[in-house]
Ligand binder design. Structure first.
Ligand code: 13P
Ligand code: ZN
Length: 264
């Protein structure tokens, strides 16, 4: 039934497109990474009221800003390369309960949601409660960016932001709020979720130490582009290092000129 909803299916198509990029980029080994997209505005009233496909799943904390909201969420253990081919066989549409304390899977198949759902929903909840029109949380495992998080001096928001911004002007423009850092936490935990939402006060992209990257935004293509641009900067940095020299990086003045030129 939801397959007849053209707007929803177009958004699901964009999710599949990005899932394919994550795989071809080499950022999605096995089941690495996960995606959630708020599709509430794309659903008809009838679709929003679809019956649950099984028992409700309790949430670790109440999502008071998400009551009744509907998300497409990739499934736990599912591979991005297959999400790209068939998003409804490797993810599901979930509806947060009216009291925000649980969720139901409502379409198309009862595929259990990603283990990172606590972080994803807490991020959606936090951003909505701040009035930010956030629809997307994208988590992935880019080799080059994770590499930086294995080096203590780079586990510093200002330092890593400055290095990556200064590799190429686009990085300053496309990731204007820089990078937040979350020290290592066990994947899928509430502690990881809580540490992550703290970083969203200032940033739209967060690095999880020795694990991966998260981007939030209004549009899944833009979330992908932000991570892709950071990855490009990381590759320039490492390529220079491998060639045996320290990359000079853009100067403070050159970076500041971009702020003026692009109204950042
Ligand atoms: P899931 O398969 O549960 O989405 O986990 C993948 C992952 O990247 C965990 O951080
Ligand atoms: Zn991960």
């Amino acid at each position: 039934m939801i397959g007849d909803n053209k707007e929803l299916m177009a958004e699901i198509g964009r999710i599949a497109e990005v899932a394919g990029y994550l795989w071809t980029k080499g950022w999605a080994e096995r089941n690495g990474g996960n995606i959630s997209v708020n599709v509430t505005d794309l659903m008809t009233e009838q679709e929003k009221a679809l019956p649950a496909l099984g028992a409700p799943y309790p949430l670790l904390a109440p999502m008071t800003a998400l009551c009744g909201h509907i998300f497409y969420v990739t499934g736990t253990g599912k591979r991005m390369r297959y999400v790209a081919q068939d998003p409804f066989a490797h993810g599901s549409v979930i509806r947060i309960a009216v009291d925000g304390t649980s969720f139901d899977i409502i379409a198309e198949q009862p595929i259990p949601s990603t283990s990172e759902l606590p972080s994803h929903l807490m991020m959606h909840n936090y951003l909505r409660s701040c009035g930010r029109d956030n629809k997307v949380v994208l988590h992935t495992h880019p080799t080059d960016l994770i590499g930086f998080t294995h080096c203590q001096p780079f586990l510093d928001s200002e330092k890593i932001t400055r290095v990556l911004w200064s590799m190429i002007p686009e990085c300053r423009i496309i990731v204007p709020k820089g990078i937040g850092i979350v020290p290592y936490e066990i994947p899928g935990t509430l502690d990881l979720a809580l540490a992550t939402i703290k970083q969203l006060e200032k940033h739209d992209v967060v690095f999880w130490e020795k694990h991966g990257i998260l981007a939030v935004g209004e549009d899944i293509i833009e979330c992908f582009d932000a991570i892709d641009t950071l990855s490009k900067s990381a590759q320039i940095f490492f390529a220079a290092r491998m060639a045996g020299y320290e990359p000079e990086g853009m100067t403070d003045q050159q970076l500041d000129d971009l702020v003026l030129a692009f109204g950042l």
